[in-house]
Design a protein. Structure first.
Length: 447
């Protein structure tokens, strides 16, 4: 006899972790995560690939894309918020309606709205995008999956893009031999170009030679990603700060004369779940219990910068957010658009010269909803580049990675990102035309 829904379920064992950095110590003796330009591997992997490999031959065992969430941790309670950019499962203090802290006596999981990049915890680096990769390494002994975790936006985009492309061409992504590489990438950090190292996927043989493996008929599950606090991504200084920030926002006790209705209203979280969006499937927010298990000592994480000691003050966090968002839009967006805007509005040359309110204004300027004049400019500019209104929406979804959910889906930065990507491509094509014309002329003359 078997138990329906249990006896036919299989789960792959996790063999271990592969890291993207090491712990280093600054002049004051404070430990901080430091990214490496190679994979930090355990002995069994090093035996096959060497001590500092930059390339691993892998296969994804399952047809699903790697798990990716926005995650926020506290030192006392572990994972306290896990969302998808629209809704989030948050551990809430019933009394205050805020995120739970060590002092919270009664807590509960609630599904609330996720403001993503407008969230104060995200702006301060206390909440981050996190992708968990679980894969096979066929050349290494053992049956099970290895795990890498990254918070690099560029790495997440690279992995998703390649897997989507493979899925379009082959029909699936699982059990296809691929190379997972850690490669250099030129990014803009604080307005300056800097070489960082990001994850990418490559296939070293024609896709026509890839075996057409069918989906597994038996439901196989990867091991549940560990939800303990990753210290490489959320060091003590960050999670200590978040408890302080939450406690600052907690409301004082209400007078005893308050009615039960008023108290009940007070206990509701500030952010409310968005209205149901019919016709669109949304990624379900985390509903499983939040765990306070102890984190692995060196859980692997990488970022889009060579990380130093975690920043503590609002100003540094806002400056970082501005540069990350600008880099997302375009590699030259900060220099060509953001810096002139700062100079025009505040009379200074750099974001480092702005106060916190001015930094928030600058960040909001990139993420605000475009006005009618900006929408008109965008539509006309895209038409001039050969994109009709009928295909424009589909292309914006492709460029930004967003699901279209009606008015308000795309912000000002999204418009600029789409336009600049098309413009870059058009310039490349224009540059290649004279060369091709010269080749054609040579062929005609020699004929």
């Amino acid at each position: 006899m078997t138990i329906k829904g249990l006896s036919d379920t299989r789960r792959l064992p996790r063999l271990g972790h592969i890291r993207l950095g090491i712990k280093d110590t600054n002049d004051q003796g404070v430990e901080y995560p430091k990214a490496t330009d190679y994979f930090v591997v355990p002995p069994e992997v090093a035996e096959k690939y060497g001590e500092k490999p930059t390339e691993l031959k892998i296969m994804f065992p399952l047809p699903e894309f790697p798990e990716q969430w926005l995650k926020c941790y506290s030192k006392s309670r572990g994972l306290i918020c896990k969302g998808n950019g629209e809704t989030t499962g948050a551990l809430i203090d019933v009394e205050t309606g805020e995120l739970a802290t060590a002092k919270s006596e009664k807590v509960e999981m609630r599904e609330i709205a996720c403001p993503h990049k407008e969230c104060p915890y995200y702006i301060k680096g206390q909440c981050k995008e996190v992708m968990t990769l679980q894969f096979l390494i066929p050349d290494v002994s053992g049956v099970g999956v290895w795990q890498i975790v990254t918070s690099s936006i560029n790495s997440i985009i690279n992995i998703n893009s390649m897997l989507e492309f493979v899925k379009i061409l082959v029909g699936h992504i699982h059990m296809i031999p691929m190379d997972l590489v850690l490669e250099p990438y030129e990014a803009s950090v604080d307005g300056r170009k800097k070489t960082i190292h990001v994850l990418n996927l490559k296939i070293d043989k024609p896709l026509s030679a890839t075996p057409a493996i069918k989906k597994a008929s038996i439901p196989v599950l990867a091991p549940a990603p560990e939800e303990g606090r990753p210290e490489d991504l959320f060091p003590d200084s960050v999670v200590d700060d978040i408890e302080e920030e939450i406690e600052k926002t907690e409301k004082p006790e209400e007078p005893k004369s308050k009615s039960k209705e008023q108290k009940a209203k007070k206990q509701e979280p500030k952010s409310k779940a968005p209205k149901e969006d019919k016709g669109e499937e949304k990624q379900e927010a985390a509903k499983e219990p939040v765990t306070n298990e102890e984190p692995p000592e060196d859980l692997p994480f990488d970022t889009d910068e060579q990380p130093g000691p975690a920043f503590k003050d609002d100003q540094e966090g806002l400056i970082k957010s501005i540069h990350i968002r600008a880099e997302e839009i375009h590699k030259d967006y900060y220099e060509n658009t953001v810096r002139p805007w700062i100079k025009n509005n505040f009379g200074v040359e750099s974001s480092k010269e702005l106060n916190e309110d001015q930094l928030k204004q600058t960040l909001n300027e990139m993420n605000r909803q475009p006005n009618d004049e900006e929408k008109k400019w965008f539509a006309e500019a895209m038409r001039e580049l050969g994109y009709s209104d009928s295909v424009l929406l589909e292309f914006m979804v492709q460029v930004t990675g967003k699901k279209f959910q009606g008015k308000g889906t795309f912000n000002k930065g999204d418009l600029h990102k789409t336009y600049l990507q098309v413009k870059d491509q058009s310039l490349k094509e224009e540059k290649s035309k004279p060369e091709q014309q010269g080749i054609d002329q040579f062929i005609n003359n020699e004929s």
